[in-house]
Design a protein around this ligand. Structure first.
Ligand SMILES: [Zn+2]
Length: 105
């Protein structure tokens, strides 16, 4: 499985910087080790969401939280369960969507 930092190095750097800005240092420290397990298959043309842990059956449960980042363009939202990054919702970022689709057909 491809590592995020190899597939999308500039996005990985951006996420680390935005997490650090929000004092989410423990999450920022995980980014270098994240792998892209799968991408979202919803088919929306603005969606470049991907999973960094296997997709759950059903919901993420009570230990889930969203971490909204503030990128200069589009939306970046982390799905975190028990302080582990499970998925990264990436919306309205065409260049990332193209790379994700090429890497994870
Ligand atoms: Zn999607």
């Amino acid at each position: 499985m491809p590592r995020l930092i190899d597939t999308l190095p500039s996005l990985a750097k951006e996420i680390v910087e935005l997490l650090s800005k929000q004092n989410e240092h423990e999450l920022a420290a995980q980014v270098a080790e994240l792998t892209i397990v799968d991408r979202c298959r919803c088919g929306d043309d603005f969606c470049a969401t991907f999973y960094t842990q296997p997709k759950p059956h059903g919901s993420y449960g009570p230990n889930h939280r969203n971490v909204d980042l503030e990128p200069e363009s589009g939306y970046l939202i982390l799905d975190v369960v028990s302080e582990r990054i499970m998925a990264i919702e990436v919306l309205y970022r065409d260049e990332i969507r193209q790379t994700i689709q090429a890497s994870i057909p």
